[in-house]
Design a protein around this ligand. Sequence first.
Ligand SMILES: CC(C)(COP(=O)(O)OP(=O)(O)OC[C@H]1O[C@@H](n2cnc3c(N)ncnc32)[C@H](O)[C@@H]1OP(=O)(O)O)[C@@H](O)C(=O)NCCC(=O)NCCS
Length: 177
Amino acid sequence: MLNSLNLFIFENLRRRKSIKKESLSKNPFYLRRMKEEDLPHVLEIEQVSFPNPWHERTFIGEILNHPISFPLVVVHGVQERVMGYIIFWHIHDEVQINNIAVHPDFRRMGIGETVVNMVLNKVRMEGARFITLEVRPSNFAARALYNKLGFEVLGIKENYYFRPQEHAIIMGKRWSQ
Ligand SMILES: CC(C)(COP(=O)(O)OP(=O)(O)OC[C@H]1O[C@@H](n2cnc3c(N)ncnc32)[C@H](O)[C@@H]1OP(=O)(O)O)[C@@H](O)C(=O)NCCC(=O)NCCS
């Protein structure tokens, strides 16, 4: 399973014309389940990515939450550096993306798009019919990413976020089969 994911990511990134760093086009990355040893790197990315970052114990809870939670790290194939992560829950035919971030050094290279696409393909093959997530209205980069991948606005959760306080936009995709 992981080998096919690695190949998927490498091939997808290789095809993209927007890769800005030569080293990334030469070096494959791979996805694997997050481990507690990854947390220093994950927390560093989390803290530079969100105004109200998750606490370490929240990540530990996800790591331990078998079989519902899928916390995955994106790892540089040569440097073994954690470049980003995605965390989603898959319960019956519903999926919720709870967190996704790419280290600022590696943004706008197609990693976020590739990883979300990989998750969409994986969960769909495993029977998911519905995938949702929440995003801040002010998060234009993430909203652009989800729009590009065909997510639609499903609703608003009022005053969902704090520090700073903001509504959440609920976005999702539904598959008929
Ligand atoms: C959102 C995030 C994960 C995107 O990751 P990324 O690897 O930089 O995204 P990609 O390079 O795969 O971009 C894919 C598409 O997303 C959109 N996008 C990504 N970053 C964007 C930006 N800064 N401005 C506008 N559009 C952007 C574009 O449509 C882009 O397609 P294009 O390259 O053909 O224009 C990244 O910006 C991040 O980690 N942000 C901080 C954490 C966060 O906000 N997470 C989402 C919480 S809901």
